[in-house]
Design a protein. Sequence first.
Length: 265
Amino acid sequence: MDIDDGDTIIIKINLCYFRDYRSGAITDPRILKALLTILTNQFHNLKIYLIESDATATFVDLLFEWLDINQVASKFGAKPINLSNQPFIIKKFSTAKIFKNQRIPKLLEDSHFFISLAKMKTHSLTGVTGILKNQFGCIVEKRKVKYHPFLDEVIADVNLAFKPDLSIIDGNIAMEGIAGPVWGSPRMERIFLAGEDPVAVDAFMAKLMGFNPKKIRHIKLAGALKIGNVNYKTESDYINLIQKFQFNKFDQLFMNTVNFFKNYF
């Protein structure tokens, strides 16, 4: 990791709803502790911020408290930050498809190293959710549901602004099923993925889960925007260790239709 003593480190966690970590839906406090232990043992006087933003159905300050993130942060001298309450600047991204003007919290703009700590999950709208979708939570607006009709495009666009330096996927307790990423079924896999290229990491994750990464639209779009490369190189043989995650494409079509009517009527 390209980190020096005293640097400002941003860790994007995943707190999508009021779920216990054993559901596989949210950041596992035990895994977060492990990452913070590594960082604080290797480097001194780091300024570490754990970030998430308000979502359509949640206020993240409540999640910080209810899901033990405040307690974990306090132990390591880290600070949970609600991006929705942070000052920001506006940047333009000419290559973006939908999200050309993005609000960038100054905290991230001034940081030295950005880590995305994501979960391995299925998603009713995008097929899978990993590193790239994790940055969707960097959007400071609360009512993010308005982006669901073109979610894949927005996910890719957001990563133009919030590309992580290190991508870590926690698949210790993963999630499968059409009800992911919140209400799917937990699945114990005991696997972790990490890399410098968020597109490659997500592509490998999708392959492990039984999906064709070149057919996962937001992964494909992110590759086209040069955020990373869909063609990955691995340093492990995990590719044969996981069976296909449960996910029914007919159920996905139904859920897409339901979400369309919920969003517009």
